[in-house]
Design a protein around this ligand. Sequence first.
Ligand SMILES: O[C@H]1[C@H](O)[C@@H](O)[C@H](O)[C@@H](O)[C@H]1O
Length: 521
Amino acid sequence: MASSVEEPLISRREDGLEDELRSELSDANDTSIEWPSGRPGLFIWLLTLSAGISGLLFGYDTGVISATLVSIDTSLSERPLNSLDKSAITSCTALFALIASPISSVFADRFGRKPVILLSDLLFVFGALVQALSTTVTGMVLGRSIVGAAVGAASFVTPLYIAELAPPAYRGMLVTMNVLSITLGQVVAYIIGWIFAEHGDPSTGWRWMVGLGALPAILQCVLLLAMPETPRWLVKAGKSAEARQIVAKTLGSNSDDYRFLIDSVVKGIEREMREEQGNAMLVTNGRKSSSSLLQGWHELLGVPKNRRALIIACLLQGLQQLCGFNSLMYFSATIFTMLGFSIPTLTSLTVAATNFAFTVLALVLIDRIGRRRILLYSIPFMTIGLFLSAFGFGSIKLPSGGTNIGDHMPITTDDATLMPSQRAAIVILISIMIYVAAYALGLGNVPWMQSELFPLNVRSIGSGLATATNWMDLLTPSFTFGLYGVICAIGWYAIWMIYPETAGLTLEESTSLLENGWGVK
Ligand SMILES: O[C@H]1[C@H](O)[C@@H](O)[C@H](O)[C@@H](O)[C@H]1O
């Protein structure tokens, strides 16, 4: 991996952008930014790992709920949970995440990226405690809602934070580190769920499962003391001198050799800001909007390149959810039991572990292959996997009632008594694994690179809105594997049409791709 990582396959030189960018930069009496091609330094790695704790929390808190639900029994409101209780407990998290992402984007613009990470940590801790101590269904719904708000804020701000600090050649890899933390969080949630469900005290085990989510959040609060604000937000806040120091740290040197580079990075950000302010004045006809929130919306929807960025980011986030991966993860226990496998919690772990393993591969490939290309290569395999599963299920006679995969409830599987033919079971198992592996390589992580598409002035609000699309899953009706396959195929076509390659470009360069069209070569 060593030498080939140094130069991303899709470089600025290759797609002919460099000349254009050089002339644009020399117009502004500047020269192109050439980042050193070495690997990210220790400082960047530490920051990515510290920020990645948010991903771990996101994965853990969304993953732990299926095991929790089957373990609660009669500990809440002194009665067994009914379907309404279960759907309230699961969907309130997504609902609050949906609301929190765009709201926290406004905070991230005004107060910085770091305070939003801190806020989400406090919510994670508070939400974990409320859940662990709840004695009624209402209390549990409240706890899940607080955790939902935390997940909404963290899922939007962490990739943004990492992308704004990362050197361009490794930005994909570093953002994917956060996705790796999400998938790791899900694996840990399934393991803990399985341990407590199989071996723990039935009346208190689930309280530990949800309560444990507070620990990583407390750790991140402490680490935040040493984490800096991003240079891009600092420049926007008029603190260019501080931004220079952070850029120097991310480059691992403040020496004379690097001074020119540090200057060009900071000047590049300042220039982008001036240009965007000019655009904003055009959109609002020179009037300054009464509120910065309104101004942000105006710029996001009024400037064509921002509108294009929003369409692409929402397309990718929407597709990530509508392709059915999360439904599959929730219902994998049901599906595998129908296929004749006997330990449901362990089989769900297989899906989560495959997702994790192939995210590791994505980490290595994403900057070499590029975002657009990895999506265009992997989605056809997802589609094939889904159609094959649909075919496999079509050939099995399923028990009537209680096994509707599209219902938004993880259901117990006692009634899944009809054993399918072994051949069909193997076809389904293999096709599900093909689907999960292909998902993890592309759609599972690329949508989180969304901040590459938005210029600085609308990056936060644009990413916040696109992240909200990620949580619209709760609004979808019952889907079948076949329908998910059709969605993947349509999504592939849309990506091919409008998503340009951003690998290897600086954030300033990648946002300029959408200036006069979709920037697809
Ligand atoms: O990127 C993540 C990852 O793919 C997770 O496994 C999935 O559960 C999330 O929905 C997604 O946002």
